[in-house]
Design a binder for this molecule. Structure first.
Ligand SMILES: CC(C)(COP(=O)(O)OP(=O)(O)OC[C@H]1O[C@@H](n2cnc3c(N)ncnc32)[C@H](O)[C@@H]1OP(=O)(O)O)[C@@H](O)C(=O)NCCC(=O)NCCS
Length: 177
């Protein structure tokens, strides 16, 4: 990678998702190490992250999830997921999950690009109601507000921070109609 390479965001097919597992595991480890509440604890390790992304790759193969990677050259710097809700009464809804940008590449608009790509994919998949939740004190809360998501409220003690402290989760939605 050179710093002049453009950052691109693309959905990964099942094969590409599988090939990206080590890079995605590193990004997830970096997020947990930087103190983000993203489903894992300080004591989790590479095996847990690899298992997680292996499951995501299976969801991609099954058509349940659209997985995005932000790259600069061959370097994966960020990721996001659009999870297509499978319930028969919610064919119009999808959830955004695991929006992660490596700490060495933050504040360069990569998360914003990932969210734009997810919205375009949602429209193509005819999913016009999007939902997500995030750490009430995290940077992502400002990201989603900036991108026009509607904040619904915060559930206290919804999850734990990687060091075991309580973490409230703030829920957002975006109606694409
Ligand atoms: C949250 C995260 C994904 C943002 O990624 P990023 O690529 O740095 O974000 P962007 O550069 O696209 O930021 C877009 C906007 O979001 C807001 N934002 C992002 N990071 C911010 C921060 N640390 N502080 C304040 N605002 C922030 C700003 O409004 C920013 O626009 P600006 O730079 O013009 O002010 C990244 O910090 C991250 O991976 N954090 C750890 C994992 C995490 O918490 N993920 C969210 C799970 S729901």
């Amino acid at each position: 990678m050179t710093k002049d390479d453009a950052i691109t965001v693309e959905p990964l097919d099942a094969q590409a998702a599988h090939a990206a597992i080590p890079a995605l595991a590193e990004i997830l480890a970096d997020a947990v190490d930087s103190g983000a509440s993203v489903g894992f604890m300080q004591w989790n390790g590479q095996a847990d992250y690899t298992a997680f992304w292996t499951g995501v790759a299976a969801d991609v193969a099954a058509g349940r999830t659209i997985l995005f990677a932000a790259r600069q050259g061959a370097d994966v710097l960020g990721t996001a997921q659009l999870q297509l809700v499978g319930k028969p009464n919610q064919p119009h809804r999808a959830e955004i999950a695991k929006v992660l940008v490596h700490s060495r590449a933050r504040r360069r608009g990569i998360a914003q690009k990932l969210m734009q790509a997810a919205e375009i994919a949602a429209r193509q998949a005819k999913r016009d109601l999007l939902v997500l939740d995030t750490d009430e004190n995290g940077a992502a809360r400002r990201l989603y507000g900036k991108l026009g998501w509607i904040e619904v409220g915060t559930i206290p003690r919804y999850a734990l921070m990687p060091d075991g402290r309580d973490c409230g989760s703030t829920f957002f939605y975006k109606d694409l109609r």
